[in-house]
Write a new protein. Structure first.
Length: 345
């Protein structure tokens, strides 16, 4: 990491802090170690121990876990004080490939806006990225082409619109057999191999191989309104629709978006769920999957749904900050902007 890269990273960090402080957000600095974590079966975590002095046996070691996100500490602050907050913090995810946009230790930017929903956060994030590009524009490593990309308003597409545009069918009207048919039609193999696949697995397959690669690189793209069949702790919405054959149906979605810049998944957002029962039930279900499959199982916070229920209506965004620095610097890999890499592991 040369001095220009160090200076560039420092400028990005300072510009992000300036933006949120100027907009009235309170900066948090929560712990990196936690005794319990939000259950997410899609990722693995790092486990360590606190060794108590003068103790031996089982009571001598207390298991602790490096946080994959500061959310577990941020939401109790929001519940107690109702403030719009942000945090730039180190996060840790285990058992992931080390690649050009992945590292086991990374910097996350999270920001939560009170009395706002996911649509408000789209506007805020658009302004934030434009401001970041302007803030570093005079530095030697700044990419003017990326600055031009970020100066444009986001191309906003619902997930259903994206499937219609890039895959040629309505996601909202497609059941599992139709998804298998379209996977075959789009060159992903014989539909027979997908007979045992669940709807959400086929959806993810099509999203990764048929939608994301076709997103235009010359404008930031926000994909909104994810199908509710893919569970997440975002507020749900539903609408009655009429299909081409005249039948009516209910299309349920989650108030969620993800933003892509030059094909890189940069940030995701939820209108935060605040139903205590729904959240606690989700934790029970996800924890069961986690404990059955995880290489590093962990405890789950008690009654986290009760904490979320005390939050004001709000919207939260998580952004891979190293990826943003990489993009602003015109690179295709994180390596120039990280102090250490795990590529030799």
């Amino acid at each position: 990491m040369d001095i220009e890269a160090i200076e560039f990273r420092a400028a990005c960090l300072q510009a992000a802090r300036n933006f949120f402080i100027t907009h009235g957000y309170l900066e948090l600095d929560t712990p990196a170690l936690a005794p319990a974590l939000i259950p997410e079966s899609c990722l693995e975590v790092f486990r360590t121990e606190y060794l108590k002095p003068f103790k031996t046996g089982e009571e001598a070691a207390v298991p602790l876990f490096l946080v994959p996100s500061p959310e577990v500490f941020i939401k109790p602050v929001i519940a107690a004080h109702g403030r719009s907050v942000f945090q730039l913090s180190k996060c840790y995810r285990n058992c992931e490939s080390v690649g050009h946009i992945h590292n086991p230790e990374f910097t996350m930017l999270e920001y939560y806006t009170m009395q706002a929903d996911y649509r408000d956060s789209v506007t805020l994030t658009e302004t934030f990225l434009q401001t970041m590009a302007q803030a570093v524009a005079g530095l030697p490593l700044a990419d003017p082409e990326l600055g031009a990309v970020l100066s444009k308003p986001f191309l906003q597409l619902t997930m259903d619109e994206a499937f219609k545009r890039f895959a040629g069918f309505s996601l909202a009207e497609a059941e599992t057999p139709e998804l298998a048919f379209h996977a075959e039609r789009l060159g992903l193999g014989d539909r027979a191999q997908y007979e045992d696949w669940a709807w959400d697995d086929l959806y993810e397959l099509l999203l990764v191989h048929c939608i994301e690669p076709q997103l235009p690189p010359d404008v930031p793209v926000a994909l909104l309104d994810y199908p509710a069949r893919v569970p997440c702790l975002a507020r749900e919405r539903s609408e009655q629709r009429t299909a081409a054959d005249g039948r009516t149906y209910i299309w349920k979605t989650k108030e969620r978006w993800e933003v892509y810049v030059r094909g890189v998944e940069l940030a995701n957002c939820y209108t935060e769920a605040r139903d205590a029962g729904e959240i606690n039930r989700s934790f029970v279900d996800e924890a069961a999957v986690k404990n059955a499959t995880a290489r590093v199982p962990h405890p789950v916070p008690e009654n986290f749904g009760g904490i979320c229920a005390r939050m004001p209506p709000c919207s939260g965004v998580a952004m891979g900050f190293d990826r943003l620095i990489m993009l602003l610097g015109g690179k295709k890999t994180l390596e120039p902007f990280l102090y250490g890499r795990f590529s030799r592991l």
